[in-house]
Design a protein around this ligand. Structure first.
Ligand code: OGA
Ligand code: MN
Length: 296
């Protein structure tokens, strides 16, 4: 037997970090450097914080796209966005979220999240969670709002709970795709190939979080088009009530971006909204999107 110590199993060292809840929703994770691989134990703690607080904020992360992708992959398979023209060259796992125009062409999706939504709820397998890493931030505006859909469900008036509890709703990427919201926004027409990738899907209106077992409301104004089995006007009326209830102030966390923030949220528990910023101010973030389970 050789006495030479093996270098193949160098342990990844632990980082000592704290989880500091914001209040209603969300927490800051303080003392982690995401450019370093996380030990198995540290990963478990981050995973737990994500499940407990639904959105976790890591400040001041100087990480490369490769490092963001590697961290994201710890949570699951990554999803490639249908708007291929806005994927980072050579890293299609990253969607560029940006209002910047270069040589007359937008470099990214300028108005991502202009309506309240859960990422990729229009897919058979919607997203587990998404990460946004700030690259360039405007001097004013550009905040992102998050709403807690567990709380929305738990506090929904009983009559509304009863009306939707066992219903399903249709979701479509095209629901609000080219509906204007911010001034001067522009979206490329979807090609036939892209349209084929985003066929309408149906999900339960109330889903069970696959990891915590908690119920959450799972409809959003960005992608949900109708509740199945109800007359059109009734479906519209109920959806409007669900949307209004979801985003009551006591359900919200407002993220005010700081440079090099990385924010990781749970799309099974939350919906989110871009509040927008003045057009002349540059904003650029990199998004990775982790695939989740079929909602049940
Ligand atoms: C997203 C999104 C909101 C924002 O990237 O999924 O909704 O504030 N972004 O940029
Ligand atoms: Mn989004």
């Amino acid at each position: 037997m050789s006495a030479v110590p093996s270098t193949h199993h160098l342990a990844v060292s632990h980082q000592s970090f704290q989880v500091r809840p914001f209040g209603n929703l969300g927490a800051e994770i303080i003392g982690i450097d995401l450019s370093l691989p996380l030990s198995a134990e540290d990963f478990i703690r981050v995973h737990r914080a994500h499940l407990d607080h639904h959105v976790v904020v890591f400040r001041n992360q100087h990480i490369t796209p490769e490092e963001q992708i590697a961290f994201s992959r710890r949570f699951g398979v990554l999803q490639i966005h249908v708007l291929k023209q806005f994927l980072l060259a050579s890293h299609p796992e990253i969607l560029i979220v940006s209002n910047i125009i270069e040589n007359g062409q937008p470099i990214g999706l300028g108005d991502a999240g202009k309506f309240w939504h859960s990422d990729l709820s229009y897919k058979e397998l919607p997203s587990l969670g998404s990460m946004l890493h700030a690259q360039e931030l405007p001097a004013e505006g550009g905040d992102t709002l998050f709403a807690n859909m567990h709380l929305a469900w738990d506090t929904l008036p009983a009559s509304l709970q009863k009306a939707v509890e066992h219903r399903k709703a249709a979701h479509s990427y095209t629901a609000t795709y080219s509906k204007p919201k911010f001034e001067g926004n522009w979206r490329p027409a979807l090609t036939a190939e892209q349209l084929a990738e985003v066929k309408e899907v149906v999900h339960p209106v109330v889903r069970t979080h696959p990891e915590t077992g908690r119920k959450a409301l799972f409809v959003n104004e960005g992608f949900t088009t109708r509740i199945e089995g109800l007359p059109g006007d009734e479906s519209r009326d109920i959806l409007a009530q669900l949307y209004a209830h979801s985003v009551l102030p006591e359900h919200l966390y407002r993220h005010q971006w700081q440079s090099h923030d990385l924010v990781f949220w749970d799309n099974r528990s939350l919906i989110h909204l871009a509040t927008g910023c003045p057009n002349h101010l540059r904003r650029k973030l990199y998004r990775t999107t982790i695939q989740g389970d079929a909602p049940f």
